[in-house]
Design a protein around this ligand. Sequence first.
Ligand SMILES: [Zn+2]
Ligand SMILES: [Zn+2]
Length: 624
Amino acid sequence: MSDTSTAINKIYKERQEFIILGLTGRTGSGCSTVADILTKNKKYIEENCKINYGFNNIEERKNKIVFDYLLSKWQKFYKISVTDMLTLFIIDNSIDEVCEFISEEFKKFMNNSDKDVSDSNELKNKFKEKLKKIDYKKIKNSREENRGKLKKIEQNEKVDEDLKEIIESSYNFYFHQLPKFSKKIKIAIDEVYSEMGYTVFYQLIGDNIRSSGKAFDNIFNPDEMYNLSKIINKFTKLIRRKAQISDENCLIVIDAIRNPFEAFYFKDRYSAFYLVSINTEDKIRKNRLFTNLKRNKDEIDAIDNKEYKNKLKKEKIFVSQNIQKCIEISDIHLTNPTYGEKNYSFLIQQLFRYITLIIHPGLVTPTPIERCMQITYSAKLNSGCISRQVGAVITDENYSVKAVGWNDTAAGQIPCLLRSAESLLKFEDKEAFSDYENNNTGFKEVMESKYQKNLDKDKLDGRNLSYCFKDVQNFIEKEKNQVHTRSLHAEENAFLQITKYGGEGIEGGILFTTASPCELCSKKAYQLGIKKIVYIDPYPGIANEHILSIGNDSQRPELQLFHGVTGSAYHKLYQPILSFKDELNWITNIDLKYNNDHERLTEENKKLKNKIKKLEKQINGKKS
Ligand SMILES: [Zn+2]
Ligand SMILES: [Zn+2]
């Protein structure tokens, strides 16, 4: 092998040596399924994956290239289950503390839905017996024994036989014994507190740990807010050492990341970290929760309410789950349409493509849908709305872009982000404010009290004092009226661009949105004859079931959950490191450069030979 080819292979080998995938998604969307697939060996993948590849269309060709590239290199991932990490925090407490806490939380849960809790003491005793039966004390003791080991592993760079043994035994505890126990305690909770179920309980513990660093304490302390992330990070380091002594690549999947600050924690630390969202249409997800995972209606409502709250209060944004935000900031989006049947081909197909691209960027090109969504994703950042940024793109049926939009005020009006309450109250920048804002005394009074009298300006630390008109007006009217929003919606704006500047009709076209279309925009899309709506946020409210699901089947727009890469990951995964031609030439030494040396030398040779003949003739002539 030549030096260049060794160097080139090294680039890609290094990229495969360390990858962290953080999974995110709503309960029931399939994070655990994906995590499990990633932990399978090559044989399983080969047997279970009927990847759609061949030469029928361009995507099939890409699948073939990806499959040929990755299968030979496939290596199973190590899984970090966040649920197991939460269990670790639980077993810091005594049996009595655990029983007391869960009993109290159960009572609160039941009270919320007006249910009878008269048997709570009975349940508490029953649960205590269960914990004894599953050897709670034993796992707690093992945890104590293992506590010092992680530090030792971290502090010692050199791996000798002693350290090797510590790494192995530590790994065995955290990744074999602990998960087994975790499973048992979850079953125990489900059996005793069946109405609440373990998911609700574990979500609560997750929130507590992000608040206080402790499983049963919910007092918020900013110093502790990265506690869960730090623990997960500790175990990525343990796995790194384990992979090192096993002579394996360190491929890690985290199941699952549920708070955006957790995701940023890893994004900031590892360039090889990718946040991967797994999405499912809401209907399928709920069915899955009911039938496959045997969750009851109250439980599902509680889970949904937790994961997809409309607005989180204050410190809750650091503490609580926020799956919607996690999906929004994901690098890679997968869809998991399977229901009932255990056919994971489509998931594996998607995983194969993106893992291949992580190792070898640019080996295949983006899909047209990814290309359009990337434009949509870029457009959203132009929005000057201070509460949320959304992007939209309209294309014809062949993905040719016809209009781009984002949520913003009408052109010429100054968006909320760029005007300030200070200017309003100082009577400067008058054009930025409406006559109502400038002249209405009631409005001015509220602005003065909220944004001047009761405001400590130092706290702004140099920031512009923007305000949301809708919020102020609703405060005055004691209402929650969306009509007061200053911005046009992204989709609406994109539609209007065509009306404004002229262009082709978009009947039969496709609408892309980084969120999901609201009722108002869905109505407009329907009226315009849009045939497909591609969206990221799997929370369409009743827009789908009500506005879009009416009338003749052929008229109804098809809603399609986006899968693909967005944002900076689009560039990271699709930007080739080398031109592919050079790469191939350098690793194979196939040399197609036209070489004219031979011809030139032959010609020269011929000339010289003629010259010799001439000279010989001359000499011979003189002689004779
Ligand atoms: Zn606004
Ligand atoms: Zn809308």
